[in-house]
Design a protein around this ligand. Sequence first.
Ligand code: NAD
Length: 262
Amino acid sequence: MNLGLRNKVAIVAASSQGIGKATAESFAAEGCRVAMCARNADALKSAADQISKQHGVEVLAEPFDVTDETAVREFVKAVVDKFGSADICVTNAGGPPAKGFLGASVDDWRKAIDLNLLSTVYFAREVIPHMQRKHWGRIITITSITTKQPVPDLVLSNSVRAGVVGLVKSLANEFGKDGILVNNVGPGFTATDRLKELAKSRSAAQGSSEKEIFEGWAVDSAVKRLGEPREVADTIVWLASERASYITGQTILVDGGAYKGL
Ligand code: NAD
């Protein structure tokens, strides 16, 4: 299948490891020029060097925090200065901490909104004018299965990510006329460091081992295993491609059938 992505410019936020890194790799494998960011400069450089060498594509990598509005603005400008456009923008960040409602402070709520909602707003504000000029663009947010089915002890994710879905639908409605498609991808339980973090906190709270927690998540899905970052990444790349040109405003779960609803 020709995805039609060769030479497109793909921004992937929070991409030094996990789902973000796998997504940057999948775009590079399709011949895209890739722009990556994360907070840890060394980890980011090593991921960017590996991707560029392996796929023979140009990669721009800048270390910064996606909650820094000015840094996001400067990054998108640097991408457009270097590559000439910002065709695809995948927004991503770390997940908020695992907490129940009474355990979460007001500061935790503000941080979760900054990290998981406003960071997406910052990227969208910067890339949309460039996409409008080309009358072509793709914005894809990485959120979670929590957008469809709340997960116990993830009250921050369960709540704030719903705001991202509202934003995605609003942007899809407002900018579809400009050739910009906006969708959301919700991973289920996927084997990354984030999941190890969650297993540790769940294990401490429940008194079961981390191994039991991982097995419980695997069994809870229809396919009885955890997801791989590449499986989420490939869905994102397909959604960004010419083969998904009539899909916008949607949430696609990549969760091995863990979501229990219809
Ligand atoms: P991960 O911890 O493996 O990777 C997170 C990446 O984000 C890293 O590159 C990290 O450096 C970067 N990052 C974190 N905070 C940042 C910030 N403020 N500014 C810039 N970069 C930042 O996580 P992952 O599993 O790849 O998860 C990606 C997203 O998907 C997260 O929001 C996570 O909550 C969500 N998610 C993950 C799972 C899962 O099972 N792994 C399930 C549902 C949702």
